[in-house]
Design a protein around this ligand. Structure first.
Ligand code: GUN
Ligand code: ZN
Length: 434
């Protein structure tokens, strides 16, 4: 199966923050992405295509649109589809009042399956093709999610949430059941098609040291499993961790001491971190999910991308629905820009779109498979309409440079700007489908 996809094509080969000028991205104003058997064969100028290239190929003509690698959401909770836009609380109250009751419902496989379908539809409508996803404590929630993702041929990371204390009975597990459930789910799902099993202790306050130690033991036993959790999001949470783990030097040290850090470990938020902690994260090879809409909505604080990147920590962008307020990576980049404004940093659009694509893939440890259009990578991509609304169309029409157009897109765009989303080359969503 061969496809030729025509349009303006942009992808990243390095981080614009560190690469020399112009070396971080490639852009073809009238380009052709050639896909064979779901993988990128190459990208070229459309004019340079030969008759042999066109032979027996399906053609997608997206002239006038911008084609980028699919967006990577580094942190999102599929079980919080119905939690989004919950009023009036910060993290710890928000969990008790809205989140745990919503997650309780995922003990029911039919509910989990229905929400998984809604959730994946919504990701594709927003151009997101890979995500690091939190289900719930229930095994059924993981089965439902992975089954829905596998059916759609998506590259996804997820795993059973572990929490064995400081939460209601109806979302609580214990060390023994967590071990048995994880082992069963790893055998069923890990490395099946494009799925990556990801150990998911919710956060330090809801896991006993014994459960965190179990997680570390599983990471040692299965060296290609990933791990995701939350870290240093909210000040009350941090105080609580200090009480619960008096022997740790700080919140990060709780995870580090017990062996949960490393190149396959992903920490959401990291809003309140010292330079020394960022340096330890970089030395360990950890990644961070920066979740600006959530950090603003739940009132957590302002993530400092400059300090994190200066220390050398990998960072991806997370929507963190339902603490976050949008599934859209474009909305998320817009809020990231504003958060960083308040920290005295300008997030230039090239850096922003790198974070949303190759940077996110790198943070999730899947950059060998996705994140740009290097030959041989899986051809997941998004087709963006820079004239999707009257305001965006007008602003784009007077923009002088590619950077200016992309900045308008990330500032003014949302799901309306996603014209199409393709998975392994094949169309999976089209905005104007009848
Ligand atoms: N910390 C622990 N659990 C959660 C969660 O579900 N959402 C967010 N934003 N932070 C958390
Ligand atoms: Zn979260």
């Amino acid at each position: 199966m061969k496809r030729i996809v025509r349009g303006s094509i942009l992808h990243f080969v390095a981080d614009p923050a560190t690469a020399s000028a112009g070396a971080a991205w490639r852009y073809w104003d009238d380009g052709a992405l050639i896909v064979e058997d779901g993988k990128v064969a190459r990208v070229t100028d459309h004019m340079a295509l030969q008759p042999a290239d066109m032979a027996a190929a399906a053609i997608d003509d997206y002239t006038g649109k911008v084609i980028m690698p699919g967006f990577v959401d580094a942190h999102i909770h599929y079980a919080q589809v119905d939690v989004i836009a919950s009023y009036g609380t910060q993290l710890l109250d928000w969990l008790e009042r809205y989140t745990f009751p919503a997650e309780r419902k995922f003990a029911d496989p039919a509910h989990a399956a229905a929400i998984a379908e809604f959730f994946l539809d919504e990701l594709l409508r927003n151009g997101t093709t890979t995500a690091a996803v939190f289900p719930t404590v229930h095994k059924a929630s993981v089965d439902a999610f992975f089954a829905a993702a596998q059916k759609r041929k998506l590259r996804m990371l997820a795993g059973k949430v572990m929490m064995d204390r400081n939460c209601p009975d109806f979302v609580r597990d214990d060390v023994e059941s967590a071990e048995a459930d994880n082992r069963e789910l790893i055998a069923r799902w890990h490395n099946k098609d494009r799925l990556t099993y990801t150990l998911t202790p919710r956060f330090a306050p809801t896991s006993t040291p014994a459960q965190l130690a179990l997680t570390a033991q599983l990471m040692r036993e299965f060296p290609d499993l990933h791990m995701q959790t939350h870290l240093a999001e909210n000040r009350d949470e941090i105080r609580w961790v200090r009480e619960l783990f008096p022997d740790a030097a700080g919140y990060y040290d709780v995870y580090a001491k017990i062996g949960l850090t490393g190149a396959r470990s992903l920490f959401a938020h990291c809003v309140h971190m010292s330079d020394a902690e960022f340096a330890l994260m970089a030395a360990a090879g950890d990644s961070i999910a920066f979740c600006p809409t959530s950090n603003l909505f739940v009132g957590s604080g302002l993530f400092d991308l400059k300090r994190a990147r200066a220390a050398g920590v990998r960072v991806g962008m997370g929507t963190d629905v339902g603490g976050g307020t949008s599934y859209s990576m474009l909305r998320t980049l817009a809020e990231a820009y504003k958060v960083l404004q308040l920290n005295g940093i300008n997030l230039d659009p090239m850096r922003a779109f790198h974070l949303a694509t190759l940077g996110g893939a790198d943070a999730l440890g899947v950059a060998e498979k996705i994140g740009n259009f290097a030959a041989g990578k899986e051809a997941d991509f998004v087709v963006l309409d820079l004239a999707a609304t009257p305001v965006l169309a007008r602003r784009t029409s007077i923009a002088g440079t590619l950077e200016e157009r992309l900045f308008a897109l990330m500032t003014l765009g949302d799901d309306r700007s996603v014209f199409a989303t393709h998975i392994l080359g094949e169309p999976a969503y089209r905005r104007d489908a009848a």
